[in-house]
Ligand binder design. Sequence first.
Ligand code: SF4
Ligand code: SF4
Length: 390
Amino acid sequence: MSLNIRYENRPLPYAQGLSSSITFILTDDCQLRCRYCYLHHKSRSHIMPFHVARTTVDYVLSHRDLWPSPAVIFDFMGGEPFLEISLMDRICDYIKKSMYVADHPWFDDYLISCSTNGLLYKSDRVQRFIAKNHEHLDISISLDGTREKHDCNRVFPDGSGSYDRVRENFSLYLEQFPRGTTKATISSADIPHVARSVLHLFSLGVGFVDINVVFEDVWRPGDSEAFEAQLLLLADTMISQRLYEQHSCSFFSADLGRPMDPVYENTNWCGTGRMLAVDQDGVFYPCNRFTQNALTCGKPRAIGDIRGGIDENKRRPFLLLNRRFQSPSECMECSVASGCAWCPGQDYDASSGETIWNRTTFHCEMHKATVRANRYYWSRLRAGEDIGRG
Ligand code: SF4
Ligand code: SF4
């Protein structure tokens, strides 16, 4: 089994994907208006009441049969979760106390995770929270790469870029979390910035850059060729400057681009359905992508709520999701399928809320371009010499 590099320094359940994930959607508010943000309706007033979080925690901890994993990730989402740092702190205190009182096995193996835009990272309240929970924290700050790339998308309401403000806090973040990472996504307009952006993140001290193409129907003719050229440039630079000794990037992985091992035929790409997301109104979802705000089709797909708990009839289809049931035959027969991800939430949205069973393949050519560049990278590394591209 390949390990999730993001969690390679954590206990094995995290690296092997054997942890449960419980997500609290604290707020819809955010200081930024990122152009690719999946959250379609930002609102200042839609904040999770504490009793919603408390009831969810009580429900989850008293239903060990539903979440039998040896470890857990409590994930806090927004909008921007640090806008509600006092609430997050209060919920975390409640979780810790409740796990202790219940003698729950997760008390020894839990992570508190959040992905932040980084703007409030240096604030006293956030810093106090970090000092209090450091050992269990898994924070990632969204920095997309160079100023040019970051400011293409991650803008304030007046349209100005946020790079300088985030960059200011990024050094402190890496000081406090030397293995800290950043998650970047690539859409069509970002392609010319890919190589420089990854190299820029390396130069700031990020060891592992987690960067992926979006699944949506955004790709245009010529994108995969331009993307491959960027990845070859990145591969050449990483090898000629021996950056691979200290850095890695999700585009270059020894496991990428093989026929899918039949052992994975009955598995889903992600844990949707086995995870739980709760929104501000106390409604349960199989993951946050099925909430109203995250869907353009506007048909949320709930699986219960804090009053009645999980409705097994609504959750069951998600538990049945597997590669064979969702994928078109081209994917089942694909010779480079390993590492080609999909998102049932995006599939559901792309089908206008009709079905979770039709896997989309909009990024197919982008994956194939990644596989070609990945092969080039490893063949050069393994040859151990500068063979050039010839
Ligand atoms: S989307 Fe394309 S690259 Fe990915 S598994 Fe399907 S056919 Fe293969
Ligand atoms: S459905 Fe999509 S967003 Fe939800 S866990 Fe799966 S991959 Fe992630």
